[in-house]
Design a protein around this ligand. Structure first.
Ligand SMILES: *[C@@H]1O[C@H](CO)[C@@H](O)[C@H](O)[C@H]1NC(C)=O
Length: 139
C-alpha cells in the first residue's frame, strides 16, 4: 500500500489515525513523548504529566513533508495536542521549557537519524534538538 493512499484515507477519515499509528514506519526514531508520565496529578500535580495516550500523539512518516516541504522527506513526524488544562514542555539538554510547537520531526536515515527536532522561535532561531516532550498541568 502506498503512502499516498494512506494520506488519502487520512484526509477523508479521521478514524484512520488510530490505524495509521499502528502501521507507522518510525523505526530508528523512538517515541519522543515522556514515557514515564502517569497522568495529571500522579503522583503530585507539580511533577505530573499527561500520559502519552491522553495526548493524541500521532507518529507518521513523511506526512509533514507534504505540508512543510522544507522538512526532510525521510522523517518520522509527531503531531501533538495536549489535553485541556495542560501545556507542552520540551526538553533541550537539561532544560525543560514551554513550547507552542504542534509538531516534531526525526529523520529515519542520514547523519541526524534518530534525533528529534522542533522549529525554533523568535529568540531561539533554527531547528532545536529536543530529547523529550511532556504535557504538564498549567499553573
Ligand atoms: C519525564 O517526566 C518525569 C515525571 O514528571 C520527570 O521526572 C522526568 O524528568 C521527565 N523526563 C524527561 C526526559 O524530561
Amino acid at each position: 500500500m502506498t503512502f499516498r493512499f494512506l494520506l488519502l484515507i487520512l484526509l477523508f477519515c479521521p478514524f484512520a489515525y488510530a490505524w495509521i499509528e499502528e502501521v507507522d514506519d518510525c523505526k530508528v526514531c523512538r517515541p519522543i513523548y515522556n514515557s514515564t508520565c502517569r497522568g495529571v496529578g500522579v503522583p503530585s500535580l507539580k511533577t505530573s504529566c499527561a500520559t502519552a495516550k491522553e495526548t493524541e500523539l500521532e507518529y507518521t512518516v513523511g506526512l509533514l513533508h507534504q505540508i512543510f516541504p522544507n522538512l526532510p522527506v525521510n522523517s518520522c513526524d509527531a503531531v501533538i495536542t495536549c489535553p485541556l488544562g495542560t501545556s507542552q514542555k520540551i526538553r533541550i539538554g537539561i532544560e525543560e521549557i514551554p513550547s507552542t510547537a504542534v509538531y516534531y520531526w526525526c529523520e529515519e536515515t542520514g547523519k541526524n537519524a534518530g534525533k528529534w527536532y522542533t522549529p525554533g522561535y523568535w529568540n531561539k532561531p533554527g531547528n532545536l534538538e529536543i530529547t523529550s516532550v511532556a504535557c504538564r498541568p498549567i499553573g
